[in-house]
Design a protein around this ligand. Structure first.
Ligand code: UDP
Length: 567
């Protein structure tokens, strides 16, 4: 029996196991991994059984898991396996509703969609065809939002969306405040599409022109600093909007000849051209540790081998995939983008006894992701030699002497579900709390959990006792507990106890060697000020991050994770 936790088994049986018409599971968790391994191995020309076995072990050992749609849909009829899509939104009813329909189909299959709504004419613009005036991008975002609400992803979860409006669109003020009113948009992450020109205008306190997207006529002039303050205030208020740095993204666009990138997928880890899709997967770092003579260290050999197999796995999915639209199939197969990332970073640090909020952790983060990227590229190169480079390789900005099978190889995804399945900490995030209530996403049942590495360390240090257990359950923290040495308090600082600079510097460290992007939430305590959020957003741009998202504790009702403590 594969070692699933109770939580993992619950999530797997509710959402991932194939069911019959009566809703009864028709496979075991072991058969789930066999089904996925078979689907991924089938595209191999030789040694099918061998590859199937390797892919099976990769997953059942929890060394690596692919994104949810692959686990849910592999081996089924019309099995759509990717998590990330970007769709265009053209300035016509036909264009808008075509994308709405396509988004619904993607959501139904378990994928998430990103859109840039900036081509839409502003509210109140004249419409030739009807002789009326336009409702503007916000009205259409609301329609997409409502449609998303009613199309459940593969009957298992609601769709996720990214909605972007560029900072020079005339409706930008309405967009910035749109998550704060009562009929707020629910199924979208909203981000303002930021340019370097805007950031300079903010710094120099200059005027900023809002332009008609089609004619480029100036519709309104505002102070850049005023818009900036609006963004910051609303982010303080509700967590949205985040920022997407379009110039940085396009500076690293590997296929500039195929177009400019205008959007990312819902959580921001993959900038994509219109109709591109990407499949993701994450290495579980907590399993990449070896213990020799009682001393823990990173098992680099195992990490290299896991990376190599994971890249092959993700590349195979491009061929095993079912594509909802011919446009998506054409561009996805032309570029063959994949996104290998990580989960379990916080646990890896705990096992190495390195505090998240330390320079040592940041240096290790860089070393680790550089290693993963290096081996990802090496594997993609070897695959190019074995199976052929991606069709548009000659058009790409990659060095032409080093063939590649994939236009991109790495993304750091949030791993919201697969980390639960693998019993790993999320992505590159610190522990949210040492004990937390997890409100069931599907059934609303609240479960309380104490972090396992924490319990183990405390037992090793002979500090584990009933009082400690009770105190940690009450507060989710050890910072207030007498008798716990300072060193351990530092090691076990949780997300809200870690200064924001370390959150941001971790994102920076991982972004440095990630060709796509890093999805990270800068979690902030409730008493954080708007000035701090302004600093974070400004530094994110200076650090050349591709996007930034913050969340101030308590600023949104219905958080999935809630700190323990008095209700
Ligand atoms: N995603 C989605 N709906 C969800 C969660 C995720 O469509 O409810 C998509 C979205 O594109 C997101 C990506 O899956 O950016 C990766 O998210 P995550 O790593 O949390 O997915 P997991 O594979 O763990 O479900």
């Amino acid at each position: 029996m594969i070692g699933f936790t109770k939580n993992a088994l619950e999530i797997i049986s509710q959402r991932y196991l194939l069911k019959d018409a009566q809703g009864m599971a028709i496979e075991t968790p072991k058969q789930l991994f066999e089904r996925v391994a078979k689907c991924v191995a089938v595209v191999e020309k030789e040694d099918f059984m061998l590859w199937k076995q390797r892919f099976y072990k990769l997953m059942s050992n929890f060394y690596f898991l692919p994104n949810s749609p692959t686990l849910m849909n592999a081996g089924t009829r019309d099995g759509q396996l990717s998590a990330c899509f970007v769709l265009p939104v053209e300035d016509s009813l036909n264009g808008i509703f075509t994308s709405l329909k396509n988004a619904a189909l993607i959501h139904q299959s378990g994928g998430g969609t990103g859109f840039n709504f900036s081509k839409l004419r502003p509210k109140g613009s004249w419409i030739d065809a009807s002789g009326g005036t336009s409702s503007g991008p916000l009205a259409f975002i609301k329609i997409f939002d409502v449609a998303t609400e009613y199309v459940k992803q593969g009957g298992k979860r609601r769709g996720a969306n990214m909605g972007i409006l560029n900072v020079d669109h005339p409706d930008i003020e309405e967009f910035i405040t749109s998550k704060s009113n009562s009929d707020a948009i629910k199924n979208f992450n909203l981000s303002v599409g930021i340019t370097d020109a805007f950031m300079l205008a903010v710094q120099e306190n200059k005027d900023w022109k809002l332009l008609d997207p089609a004619s480029k006529e100036v519709r309104k002039t505002v102070k850049a600093a005023y818009l900036w303050q609006e963004i910051v205030n609303q982010a303080w208020n509700s967590g949205d909007p985040g920022l997407i740095f379009l110039d940085t993204i396009n500076k690293h666009n590997p296929l500039p000849k195929s177009g400019e990138i205008q959007s990312t997928n819902p959580c921001g880890e993959v900038p994509l051209l219109d109709y591109e899709s990407c499949n993701l997967g994450s290495i579980n770092l907590s399993k990449m540790i070896k213990i020799v003579n009682g001393i823990s260290s990173i098992d680099w050999e195992k990490l290299a081998e896991t990376t190599r197999l994971a890249i092959r796995f993700l590349d195979n999915i491009i061929d095993a995939n079912y594509y909802i639209l011919p446009e998506i199939e054409q561009i996805t197969k032309a570029h063959r983008k994949i996104g290998l990332g990580v989960m379990g970073w916080a646990e890896m640090l705990l096992l190495l006894k390195i505090p998240y909020a330390s320079t040592k952790a940041l240096l290790l983060a860089e070393e680790l992701i550089k290693f993963i990227q290096g081996h990802s590229y090496k594997s993609s190169h070897d695959l190019a030699i074995e199976k052929g480079e991606f069709p548009e390789f000659r058009k790409s900005s990659h060095p032409q002497t080093f063939l590649l099978r994939n236009a991109t190889c790495n993304s750091i995804a949030p791993t919201g579900s697969i980390a639960v399945i693998a019993d790993a900490s999320y992505s590159i995030e610190p522990l949210f709390a040492l004990a937390y209530k997890r409100v069931g996403i599907l059934n609303g049942i609240t479960q309380t959990e104490i972090n396992t590495p924490f319990i183990n360390t405390m037992k090793q240090e002979k500090l584990w006792n009933k009082t400690l257990n009770e105190e940690v359950l009450k507060k989710g923290s050890v910072q207030h507990i007498k008798g716990v040495p300072e060193e351990l308090k530092h090691l076990f600082r949780t997300s809200l106890e870690i200064p924001w600079k370390y959150h941001l510097l971790h994102q920076k460290a991982f972004q440095k060697f990630t060709d796509n992007a890093v999805s990270k939430t800068i979690n902030l305590p409730e008493n954080t000020t708007p000035e701090t959020i302004s600093d974070i957003y400004m530094n994110a741009w200076k650090y050349q991050l591709k996007g930034i998202t913050i969340y101030r504790y308590g600023s949104k009702p219905g958080q999935v994770l809630q700190k323990c403590g008095p209700d």
